[in-house]
Design a protein around this ligand. Structure first.
Ligand SMILES: *Cc1c(COP(=O)(O)O)cnc(C)c1O
Length: 478
């Protein structure tokens, strides 16, 4: 059915509210401030408006509707109770300009959450000032740069990034003024140690890694990599956007990392995507603490206060980051507790391996053996369909597709992250659907070539959508 757009059902002078007669009087607005062109908004009833927005919401897909196995950046578990707690007016009504004595409770949450993250990662201290993962990367790299400058070591202008890294890693390095040196991966998907040794010299400021890496593979040589880097006078940066793979089981600082960020809006109970509020706390080892961005929250006796370090890289954001995201992370960690937090990693890894083993006879598995929280397939073993077509066909069955054509190491990459919180039944249904699609690819491949068939919007011209996006109703009429 074709839904009429809200402008199409608009009728002149129709309204969706009623107000009592004005008994306040009239106020003349300076003419220079008044609108000269007509205010072209749809004129509709209350019901029309509610139905319009409800319909729009139903056209979207989200974790509250179904399985969302997007690899690498997926949403982990976002308990509703944490949203409820964070929406308490005691938190939402705090003003960022309030002084420290009037917001002791909020500062305590900052402080306690930073202690918890330190415990979980081995880092000495954290800042919550960055608003996103990439923002955290930039702050972390600025710390790296400052560390070398403070030692008078100003030749270090390069950062090593493996070719399997998330795109934000080379981007942040560039934004921070570093040249990016790429190192390749072995056939097993891990950093190529020999290639790494080749690029080491006194111009290398550091390396950005994530472990397990973006292919879901644990870098077993991490201690050797850390020694190589440190012996070279370089630092190690850990991209901890998706910390669920090792939460409560292993700590980046113990692996030799010096600086890291975490995406609270992935791993710690805040939904991400659509540009919603994020938080990319940055943690550092002891020797870098003074360089953390200003201000920090410190504890003096049993009082909390803001603190400005003279050696700091400076402020990297207005105010103190996204406080409510920190509240949710705090609730999440406390509700799991020391006893349960490691189950996040165990279940994330179990679920990914379950998908891997269940589908490895149907989809090509380029890297065998244990994976961590996600698994990469390289397209169908049999059947005339590409990874894109499998992904489009999944939409027909009501699933969000996995990440496709990333990592670039394989031509038909399909990266699946089931996450820790999905039930066995949900994962079994997904596996079954993936097998049905593989069968279709053999018997009636045209079903896949033209998919999706059941969605509101059919196959999109992705290039056109990116080059000439239709962002306004009126553009649609052109
Ligand atoms: C999501 C993600 C980032 C970037 O986080 P943003 O909040 O989107 O800036 C960085 N690295 C990895 C591995 C990620 O998954």
């Amino acid at each position: 059915m074709y839904d009429k757009l809200i402008y199409e059902i608009s009728k002149k002078d129709r309204i969706g509210y009623s107000l009592p007669n004005d008994d306040v009087g009239h106020f003349d607005i300076n003419e220079s401030l008044t609108r000269t062109i007509s205010f072209d908004m749809p004129e509709v009833t209350e019901l029309d408006v509610v139905r319009h927005f409800t319909r729009l919401s139903q056209k979207n897909y989200g974790v509250d509707q179904g399985f969302y196995p997007l690899g690498s950046c997926t949403m982990k578990y976002n308990p509703k109770i944490d949203e409820e707690i964070a929406s308490n007016p005691a938190f939402t009504k705090i003003h960022p300009l309030q002084n420290a004595t009037s917001v002791q409770g909020a500062l305590e949450i900052y402080y306690e959450t930073s202690r918890l993250l330190s415990e979980l990662t081995g880092m000495q201290e954290f800042t919550f000032n960055p608003f996103a993962g990439a923002h955290g990367e930039l702050a972390g790299l600025m710390i790296m740069k400052q560390y070398h400058m403070n030692r008078g070591d100003d030749k270090r202008t390069k950062v090593i990034v493996p070719n399997s890294a998330h795109g934000t890693n080379p981007a942040s390095s560039s934004v921070c003024g570093f040249d990016v040196v790429e190192v390749g991966s072995t056939a097993k998907g891990t950093v190529d140690l020999e290639a790494l040794k080749q690029v080491l010299n006194d111009e290398i400021a550091g390396i950005m890694l994530t472990n397990p890496n973006t292919m879901g593979i644990f870098e077993r040589d991490i201690c050797e990599i850390a020694k190589l880097m440190h012996d070279n006078g370089s630092l190690l940066y850990y991209d901890g956007a998706n910390l669920n793979a090792i939460l409560g089981m292993a700590r980046p600082a113990d692996m030799g990392f010096d600086i890291m960020h975490i995406n609270l809006h992935k791993t710690f109970s805040t939904p991400h995507g659509g540009g919603g509020p994020g938080s990319g706390p940055v943690g550092v080892v002891g020797k870098l603490v003074d360089l953390l961005p200003n201000p920090r929250v410190i504890k003096k006796g049993n009082k909390f206060d803001f603190f400005h370090s003279k050696a700091s890289i400076g402020a990297i954001s207005g105010f103190w980051g996204n406080f409510l995201v920190v509240v949710k992370a705090y609730c999440y960690i406390l509700s799991l507790g020391k006893e349960n937090i490691a189950n996040v990693a165990k279940l994330a890894v179990l679920n990914a391996n379950y998908v891997k083993e269940s589908l490895k006879d149907t989809y090509k598995l380029p890297i065998t053996g244990l994976c961590k929280h996600e698994v990469v397939f390289d397209g169908l073993i049999h059947g005339q369909a590409t990874t894109l077509e499998v992904a489009k066909r999944l939409l027909d069955y009501g699933y969000h597709p996995p990440t496709i054509y990333f990592p670039l190491l394989f031509h038909q990459s399909m990266m699946i992250e089931p996450t820790e919180n999905e039930s066995k039944e949900t994962i079994d249904d997904f596996i079954e659907t993936m097998k049905i699609i593989a069968q279709e690819a053999l018997k009636s491949p045209e079903l896949l070539h033209n998919a999706p068939h059941n969605t509101l919007v059919r196959r999109l011209d992705e290039v056109k959508a990116a080059r000439t996006p239709i962002l306004k109703y009126k553009d649609l009429l052109k």
